[in-house]
Design a binder for this molecule. Sequence first.
Ligand SMILES: *Cc1c(COP(=O)(O)O)cnc(C)c1O
Length: 485
Amino acid sequence: MLPDDLRTALDADRSSDAAALFTDIVVRYFEQTGRGDGPVSSTAGHPERRPSFDDALPTDGQPLSAVAARIEREFLGGANRLSHPMYMGHQVAAPLPAPVWTEAVIAALNNSIAVSEMSPTGTLVEERVIQWMCGLAGFGAGSGGTLTSGGLEATHTALLAARAALDPESWKRGLTGPNPVLVCGEHAHYAISRAAGELGLGTDNVRVVPSTNWKMDIEALEATLDTIAAEGRRVLAVVATAGHTATGSIDDLRAIGALCDARGLWMHVDGAHGASALFSATHAPRLRGIERARTITWDPHKMMLLPLAAGALIARDERDLSAAFSQQAPYLFHGTEGARSPDQGTRSFMCSRRADALKVWVALQRYGASGIGALYDHVCSLAAALHQMIGERAEFAALHVPESNILCFRWLPAGVHDDATLDWLNQRLRERYNASGRGWITSTVLDGRRVLRVTMMNPRTQDAHVAELLDGLAAEGEGLLSEPA
Ligand SMILES: *Cc1c(COP(=O)(O)O)cnc(C)c1O
């Protein structure tokens, strides 16, 4: 028997008053950040104010209102506020509101996607969302896929499928003989080399193709494939990137796809960031050739602006995914031999799994494919606006023309010409700017030089905020130069 006070607490916590304690926090957060109120990182300039959460294990429960108050004061109080229009940092969205509310429904129902009998509607919604994505990518009948925790899992799974196609015995026997080679670009995400390690291929067997203009150089790819063939080695897959992490640039998928087709190679497209361009009539042409891929990584939690986590892997031939996991589990999966299993768990790295597909479905029902496309266009237009404003200011220089919503640039204060000093100054400027609470940006290293980097992931950010970014950086830069040495 449950203790009385516990039963009373569970009953009370199911009420709309209880729900409002939480939804009101989110509504206040949306309102404040929507107005651009307050600092972007809440303890900016005052790290000593960051809550420590070092209290002892609570033996007894407390009123829900006290717990909610602590969430708002301490958890939110010390968090980065991605919904603030001056947040221009990593590739994590200021999430669209309707999918945020959907999270509670997913959690409340808790239907696991592993097995269709455990998630009758969740499985259908996931299949529908995957089919929409396959359609946008130009995949036809027989295509399929699975939602994933993100791009890392999707890429791992795609390369596992490629391994099964190349060496069907590898599941049972492990990899034997000279390992195949995995080919990717110089600026590919670490997901690729990590998968090579995870799959027993070995990171030594990753061949890196140099970039031109931050994308895979096609002549160099051809030369690399010739060398591998001359060595008598097999190619596991060629990984192209649609939306490079550092610069947002997009590989020439048509050219890479044509080379792979001619040589019978598996092309995987890492479109974790950029595949959502398929929603935009303006930007989709940058992805021409994506339909030649065998598999595509595509993160709705990136450029569809969904809350974490919602990643996806789609495959031109869904059977490639079940072949990746030659898993027998009679207590779970009841598919008949040879027939398509209705259980998504047969095609997924995960077993118990949330119905994250519902968030994707809700975003599309509420805002439409055209709305998602318009959001993609908007955040890309902000990077283009920044590029133009930088061109008009002597103290900044852009490193590239933005192809999506990412831009790398460098602060070049007058009179400083030494690259090492500029590296240090750019690093310090980013730290100082973020600590000021004015905004939040990232930095990276391009061609050996420290640069500033922004990713536009917030529908509320406007051109005026972009101008404010440069003004803020200039002001913090002046402060930095006048710091005592
Ligand atoms: C973000 C990203 C990944 C990793 O995806 P996660 O969802 O963070 O696991 C892989 N590749 C590219 C190109 C990315 O931008």
